[in-house]
Each structure stands twice: as structure tokens, then as C-alpha cells.
Design a protein around this ligand. Sequence first.
Ligand code: ZN
Ligand code: ZN
Length: 371
Amino acid sequence: MAANLDFSERITRAQVHMQELGVDLLLVTPSADLRYLIGYNAIPLERLTALVIAPHAEPFLIVPKLEVSTAKASPFGGLGWKVIGWSESENPYELIGSRSGFTHGRIAVDNHMWAERVLTITEKFPESNIELAAPIINAIRVVKTPAELDHLRVAAAAIDRVHAQVPNLLRVGRTEEEVGRDIADLILAEGHTRVDFVIVASGPNGASPHHELSSRVIQMGDPVVVDIGGTMPSGYCSDCTRTYSMGDPGGDYLERYAALQVAQELSTQAVSHGAISHDIDAAGRNSLAEHGLNEYFIHRTGHGIGLETHEEPYIGENNSTVIENNMVFSIEPGFYIEGVHGARIEDIVICTPSGPESINKQTRDLVVVQG
Ligand code: ZN
Ligand code: ZN
């Protein structure tokens, strides 16, 4: 029951934000936003499913008739709110107006709504202004509840258990693809229901932050960047990067890696209630600059995580978001030297009243694997 109370509170808070912003109607189609607001994990299909929220009325859910029983079985149904099924002969967009009494005004739509739906809504309500729902929904989603924090801790522990086994998989002579397949199996074996991504970037491939897997054969002396994540049964995501080395990486690598480790630590320590996103980014970036690595740190420091791997808040150079307690995001600086090598260290960090809490616990040291 606690979960349902949580959902009803989320709806109430969305309605409060709508009133504050002067938005008359909120429409949410299958997405992380829908899962967040009512716990309904609807598959995005061509037939319209939409949560309809007005500021002063009970929300209702419009679904294709064949999905009524699934929708009623979701937490939304448990709250006793109306699930309205539409048949093949009906126009579901008509139901939005007829059931809500809405005729014109400001309509907010979820940020990932399909364009064809947005355009149909625009045609259906020509006197209305359509806008993004982010100011209403993200404002709630960005600060996690204690239950969400626990889900994220469980997800982090699961991906940590995978990283703990990565040294057993890395062998000179194996390809990135072979190692990646084994890691994907472990992501599921350790409790995720879905593998979201597996990056095994060996040697020069480490210089590409979003390299995934290739047929490259891992060689002695290669640094190997392993960035992995999945979705747990709770719907919450994991995301963690560690960098490994096949024996001695040689050259300047150890020195650069040490500088990266300091930068990652400094950005993490800069996390506190009231801190500004760009200051957290600068803490690590300035430190890398002192080691001449600034030009090789080519992405932002981090991203929020929850029901999606990438969500608000973002931690970057031009971002002025004020960080609050119970916001959760990655701290993942790296360096990427084209044609040579790269490295990244990534933890998920919770901003708590007593400071930053890194929920990924595996060592951040370079893990040297003896081939
Ligand atoms: Zn990440
Ligand atoms: Zn990652």
C-alpha cells in the first residue's frame, strides 16, 4: 500500500506544480514519466495510452480497450482512479476533451511524446498552447524518495558484483565482444532484468567514450575501460565504470590515471546540498587541467539516474542547477587521447545531508589484471 500512497502523492505534487505554473492539462504517454507517476509500465504502441491530469480533478487513464485489465492491475488501478478503454471505432483524442471537460488553455505533454501525437493534440485543441511537461514532472522526479534511494543502492550493489568478476573475464587474446557477452550474462545473473549497455573499450578504443564492443583482441599492456549498466526489477538503473589494465600499461598512463582518480574524488567531495552543478564539474576539471589533461576530458561530469540511466540533474560546465539532498547522479570524469588510450572512473553519488554518498563501492584504483 505504501507504494500506492507514493504514487498518489506524486500526482498531487504534479497538480500543485500545474497550479503554480498555470498549466491546465497534463498529458503523459508511455515513458519513464508515466512509470514514475502511476507505476504503469505500458509498452509504447501505435494505439494511444495517455494519463490525463487536470489541476483540480481526479486523474484518469485512457487506454486501448484490450489493455484495460493490464492498466487496472497497475498501481494506478489500485488507487481507484478511472481507466477508460477506447474501442477501435472511437477516437481516443476525443476522450481527452470529453472526459476532462477541457476545451482550451495550456497543455503540457511529456518530453518524450511521439511527434504524431503532439501534432494530433495540436489539431484537436487549436486554441491551446502546447508545452513540455519537464518543469512539472522533472521537478518531482529529480529528488528521490527514501524508497527510490534504496532501489538505486540495490542496483549499484548488483553492478558492483559484476565489476568484481570482470578481472576473471579479461584475458589477453580474448576480443572485446567475447568479454562483453560474458559481462551481459553476469549483469542478468546479478539481478538485473535488462542489460542496458556494455562498453569494453581496450587500448586505443578507450579514447572513445561511447565505444561499445568490437572484435579487437585484447593485448598485453592495454588499459580497458569497462562501463556497464542495467535495469533492476524495481525499474531503477545501474551505471558504473571501472578501468582495468592488462599488466603494466606503461608510458604516462599511471600518472594520468592517478590525476583522474584525484579529479573524480574532488568532484565527488564537491557534492553538497546547495552546491551548483558547474562547480562540481569544475572541481574535477580544474584538477585535470593542472595535469595537462583538460583538453582530453571531452564530456560533462555526470548525469542523474533513476528510472532512466540519463535524467536530470546533469553535472556540467554550463549547468547552473542547484543540487539538493536526495538528488542522485553520476560523477564520471575521464580522459580520451585519440589513437592512444583512455580512462574513466564512474560512481553514482547521492547528495545526503551528511555529504556525498558513493553507492558504487568497488575500488577506484586501476585494477591490474595479469593477462
Ligand atoms: Zn554514466
Ligand atoms: Zn556509465
